[in-house]
Structures are given as structure tokens and as C-alpha cells.
Ligand binder design. Structure first.
Ligand code: ATP
Length: 347
């Protein structure tokens, strides 16, 4: 069943945590709520889970209106950032906890626990207490516990942020694999753009209680609708531009060609660092801007070169060089070349 959120408003005193949020989550999809601290993503997840009551708006699961259904009766599996396992229960008993609460009979419960432990590859840890397991293992048990009662959706609140980088990457892959295998609708809150890009079918970018943009990872990276999204998803150079007649744009007096349709009144263009290349000052062609190298950072597989265009020295432009490209010196005078198709109009 699809989850449909309509016009949700949630206030905490004078703070508006959710400001008229509407969104549809397709059955079986993996959706990430992504945004900076305080943007309202956790509040949105908690309202969906029934742990927080909205001031206005509605949530429907298929035909059912969830507004008046308490959290426990919504049949959602929830996993929080802190592992929140019962410390005095073994992994197996933790997984079976929701089944006991639902009065599943013993044999069925035992079989389901075994199935869930197998799903998260921890069958051999069944008799361990949480304190005897690593953080990653505990979070896999929490996932198995959430999935055991066969919930209609899985809600994950920053489930990986307490783990170290390597375990986090492994669990990303594992959670996604489990989600796909079960085909369960999943919503995950994260502030980590890389995590969202790697895991989600659809990303909901939030800012100040509102949805900035909804799209697939590729859409958000290639077609960010605003400077906020562009900057939050990957890195984006923002060029302040002057708008001329008939959609013409220039940067510090140099005309810029863009393939994307210009919007009236646009004052900012965006270009990804990897789309900009370095060239000689006397190079010819469109969108070649003389510039001086401000800094060079070697980062292994990529070298970041920050340049200062002569036309507007206060604007810094980041260029990413990969592989065997020639690396310039700090202070070197050269030019940058920006392909017309790589420039985006930002609002
Ligand atoms: P974080 O990543 O830091 O958890 P978030 O994007 O999840 O941030 P929320 O936790 O949803 O943001 O908070 C949104 C806003 O609502 C914030 O300004 C926060 O201070 C406020 N807020 C959240 N919960 C409460 C509460 N129980 N009482 C008062 N204010 C709250």
C-alpha cells in the first residue's frame, strides 16, 4: 500500500517543525528524508510512526486514515539510532519480543526468530546478550526485531550514524539488500548525503520544515532545483551572474552560454566541480574564463584545484581533476572551461 502524506503541520511552541508537508511514498520503495540538523526530518518520521501528533494534515496508508490510530496499532517497524535493544535479553529474545507481545504461538515464534536471524546473517549470535555484540551486530538485531512481526513499512531514524565508517558502509548494503528482498516500504532519516545517494530510490530534501525537492539520487545530483539542494547533494560551484536580454547571461562581463533554458530573473548558475576543466589562457571557445589558482589539494584519487576567476575575484570555483590530468601550481595563471550543458540555473 502506498503511504500518502498530505499538508502536515507540526509546531513546537513558536517553532514550526513541519510546514505544510505533502508527499507520496510508493509501496516497496526506499525513501530517504535528508536535510541539515533541525530541518524537521525526524519530526516527520515520528509523526508517520505515530510517536508525535501533527497539528494539521493527514497520513493515509492505502485507504486507511492513520491519524487516529495509535503508534502500536500502525504496524510499522521502527529502528532508532541508538540500538535500543533490551540489555538483559539475548539476541533471539530481542528479535522475538514483538511476536510475544502479539501472542504468536511458540513454534511459529521460534521459526520466525530463526528466519529473521538468518536474514541478517546472525544465526550464530542468537544466545548473545547485546553487550557481547558489536554496534553493527546490535543494529542488525534491531533491524531483525523490527521486521519480525511483518510490518507494513519500516521506519529508520539515523540507524547508521552511531557506527564507524566501515561498518556503516557494510550495513548500508545489507539494509538495502534486505529491503529489496522483502520488498518492504522503507523510510530512512539521515543527514548524510552519501548515505542517501547510495541507498535511496527517492530522496526528500528538507529545509526549515519544508520539502525543497523530491527526486531520485540522479535527478537531484543532475537537476538540483535550488542552490540549497545543489550544495547539500555533492558539491556545486555557484556563479553569481548578470541577466541580459532574451535569457542572455554573463559572469563579470563575460557572456556565458547555457544549454538549459534560463529562467527569468535568474541570478545564479551552478556547475559541478568535475564538469569544469583547466585550459590555457589563450584557449578559444565558449565559456572560457581566465583565472588564477588559489590552492591545490591532492586527495589521492582526486585533486581539488580552487581558482579565482579574473572577472570576479571574490568568487571561488572548485575544479576536480581525476587520474593523470596535469596538476597546476598555486598562483598559476590559466583559464577554466565550463561546458554549456553543465551549467544549471539555480533559484
Ligand atoms: P536532527 O538531525 O538534529 O535530529 P531534524 O532535521 O531531525 O534534526 P527535528 O528533530 O525534526 O529536526 O526538529 C525540527 C525542529 O523542531 C527543531 O527546531 C527542533 O528543535 C524542534 N523540535 C523537535 N522536537 C521537539 C520537541 N519535542 N520539543 C520542542 N521542539 C522540538
Amino acid at each position: 500500500m502506498d503511504l500518502s502524506i498530505h499538508d502536515l503541520v507540526k509546531r513546537f511552541g513558536r517553532i514550526t517543525a513541519l510546514d505544510h508537508v505533502s508527499l507520496d511514498v510508493a509501496r516497496g520503495s526506499f525513501v530517504c528524508f535528508l536535510g541539515p540538523s533541525g530541518c524537521g526530518k525526524t519530526t516527520l518520521l515520528r509523526v508517520i510512526a505515530g510517536l508525535e501528533e501533527a497539528d494539521a494534515g493527514s497520513i493515509r496508508l492505502g485507504e486507511a486514515d492513520l491519524s487516529s490510530i495509535p503508534a502500536r496499532a500502525r504496524n510499522f517497524g521502527v529502528v532508532f539510532q541508538s540500538y535500543s535493544l533490551f540489555p538483559n535479553m539475548t539476541a533471539a529474545r530481542n528479535v522475538g519480543y514483538g511476536l510475544e507481545c502479539r501472542h504468536w504461538e511458540k513454534e511459529r515464534t521460534r521459526a520466525r526468530i530463526a528466519e529473521m536471524l538468518d536474514l541478517v546473517h546472525l544465526s550464530d549470535q542468537a544466545e548473545k546478550l547485546p553487550a557481547q555484540m558489536s554496534g553493527g551486530q546490535q543494529q542488525r538485531i534491531a533491524l531483525a526485531r523490527a521486521l519480525a512481526p511483518d510490518p507494513s513499512a519500516l521506519l529508520l531514524d539515523e540507524p547508521l550514524s552511531a557506527l564507524d565508517a566501515k561498518v556503516r558502509e557494510e550495513l548500508r548494503i545489507e539494509i538495502r539488500a534486505v529491503q529489496k528482498r522483502l520488498g518492504i516500504t522503507t523510510i530512512m532519516v539521515t543527514h548524510d548525503q552519501e548515505e542517501a545517494l547510495a541507498m535511496a530510490d527517492l530522496i526528500v530534501v528538507m529545509n526549515k520544515g519544508r520539502i525543497e525537492q523530491i527526486g531520485t539520487p540522479q535527478q537531484l545530483y543532475r537537476e538540483p532545483a535550488s542552490a540549497f539542494v545543489a550544495d547539500f547533494i555533492g558539491r556545486m560551484n555557484v556563479l553569481p551572474v548578470e541577466a541580459g536580454a532574451q535569457g542572455a547571461m554573463s559572469f563579470g562581463g563575460t557572456p556565458l552560454h547555457i544549454d538549459h533554458p534560463a529562467r527569468d530573473g535568474a541570478t545564479m548558475l551552478g556547475v559541478r566541480p568535475e564538469a569544469v576543466s583547466l585550459t590555457a589562457r589563450d584557449g578559444t571557445g565558449a565559456n572560457i574564463l581566465p583565472a588564477t589558482v588559489r590552492s591545490v589539494s591532492f586527495l589521492g584519487n582526486v585533486t581539488r584545484v580552487e581558482v579565482e576567476p579574473d572577472a570576479r575575484r571574490e568568487t571561488s570555483i572548485m575544479v576536480e581533476l581525476h587520474g593523470t590530468s596535469k596538476v597546476p601550481e598555486q598562483g598559476e595563471q590559466l583559464a577554466i572551461s565550463i561546458p554549456a550543458e553543465a551549467l544549471r540555473v539555480l533559484s
